[in-house]
Design a protein around this ligand. Structure first.
Ligand code: ASP
Ligand code: MG
Length: 315
């Protein structure tokens, strides 16, 4: 463990004025975001933690999980949430067309990710989903969320930004959009790091081959999904996509990717009954976003009890 990480995980660090400044800014950002979404008629659902279905996080070139947690309750196998994507697809189809969840996710990242400054083995995403939405709708929504929450912090939390020595600009919208396959040609496999270090503002990247639930255009082979990459090396902060809703395609992709269908029975049943609606959505990593707003070195600085890969603290 490097000394700065040790410092962060010690309970005494909670008494430092910089930690309090980050927590005040975090409170402000969360308030601003939920106010905006509730004002746009989004429902605010409470999260699920244990369930039969969760995000397989596979295949995904960016994944590096040391283990997945499965346990038995009432004689049935359940898993800890890696993301609520499956629950989002069911909610958006059967209940309400616009909602968000502040969703705790457990992803046991490999220990070598302790010092990336980005990875946490428990984190929270602001996860949202909108029925019949397209990529452009989600881009617009998150551009507004980022620009307005940063503008709010600059207006009301100037003293805290000063304590942290942080100067941050309100990002200009709309953000630029790149295709992953073009970035890969120019920067190679490590395109995320290159684009994050080189660009002066957040950029969208589309067409990322990954989990079965994101929409893949059969004719072009292009994926209608996206990440938002923050500048200054902060990297990926939002991940989402338009979604598959056809039973035939879901089944084909699950078989292709070696995904266990028995973990996704309800989703497949709804799709076979044509009750799964097209939708789009995404999740914003709260701790990563707060680290960016505050200029923090590690996303764990947004957590009172840091969840850094490989380090299990007393509390
Ligand atoms: N929240 C993401 C989504 O909506 C899933 C993830 O956590 O990567 O696609
Ligand atoms: Mg995903």
């Amino acid at each position: 463990m490097t000394s700065s990480l040790e410092h962060l995980t010690s309970p005494d660090s909670l008494m430092r004025k910089e930690r309090s400044a980050v927590f005040r800014i975090e409170t402000g950002v969360l308030k601003k975001i939920v106010d905006m979404l509730v004002g746009k008629d989004f429902y605010w659902f409470l999260p699920v933690i244990l369930a039969k279905s969760t995000d397989p996080l596979w295949p995904d070139a960016g994944a590096s999980l040391e283990k997945k947690i499965e346990l038995e309750i009432y004689g049935q196998k359940v898993r800890t949430m890696q993301s609520m994507i499956i629950h989002k697809r069911v909610l958006v189809s059967l209940c309400h067309g616009k909602f968000f969840i502040l969703s705790p996710n457990i992803r046991i990242e490999t220990r070598d990710r302790s010092s990336t400054g980005k990875h946490l083995y428990e984190f929270t995403q602001l996860d949202l989903e909108v029925a019949h939405a397209k990529t452009e709708d989600i881009f617009k929504l998150f551009e507004e969320i980022l620009a307005e929450s940063i503008s709010y912090i600059k207006e009301y939390f100037e003293e805290d930004l000063q304590i942290l020595g942080r100067k941050i600009e309100i990002p200009k919208v709309p953000f630029e959009i790149y295709r992953r396959r073009d970035l890969e040609k120019e920067h190679g496999k490590d395109w995320e790091r290159s684009i994050s270090e080189k660009s002066g503002s957040p950029v969208w990247v589309t067409d990322i081959p990954r989990e079965f639930y994101d929409l893949e255009d059969e004719a072009s082979g292009e994926w209608r999904n996206y990440d938002l990459i923050l500048p200054e090396g902060y990297g990926e902060v939002i991940s989402g996509g338009e979604r598959e809703y056809e039973h035939r395609k879901l089944l084909h992709k699950m078989e292709r990717d070696g995904i266990r269908k028995e973990e996704y029975e309800l989703l497949l049943e709804l799709a076979s009954q044509r009750r799964l609606k097209p939708s789009a959505g995404a999740g914003l990593g709260i701790e990563r976003f707060i680290a960016y707003v505050c200029g923090a070195k590690h996303a764990a600085e947004a957590q009172p009890f840091p969840r850094i890969p490989g380090i299990v603290p007393e509390l």
